[in-house]
Design a protein around this ligand. Sequence first.
Ligand code: HEC
Length: 103
Amino acid sequence: MLKTAAALLSLAFVLAAPPAMAQDAKRLEHMVKQDCGSCHGLTMKGGLGLPLTPEALEGKPAEVLAEIILDGVPGTAMPRWRPLLTEDEALWMANYLKRGMTK
Ligand code: HEC
């Protein structure tokens, strides 16, 4: 348990490498669960939106996913998040999802 927490913490620091701070990581994690989870499922296994599990995202570069997060997918329910996220934050989120948010 403690080990997992420590691992998560260090992971958060690696992923949150500047300019995103640990505090931002918390906010972004919360956003993934609350906002993205409403379509992609609380555990990102999919729902209205596609699954965003590490398996589903394998082979899709974080940069590409960050672009999708920022600009959405026109013609689908996937909204653009640019008004709410910076490019660094979107990239952080993409990496977070690729690593597996539930781990
Ligand atoms: C209103 C519903 C909705 C919300 C909220 C939403 N998405 Fe999506 N998302 C979708 C849909 C639908 C698709 C599939 C679009 C398509 O058909 O290509 C998608 C696709 C994606 C993809 C591309 C997946 C792939 O394999 O190509 C990513 C990444 C993604 N969403 C991330 C997010 C993130 C991160 C959030 C929260 C900040 C979020 N989404 C919030 C509906 C949503």
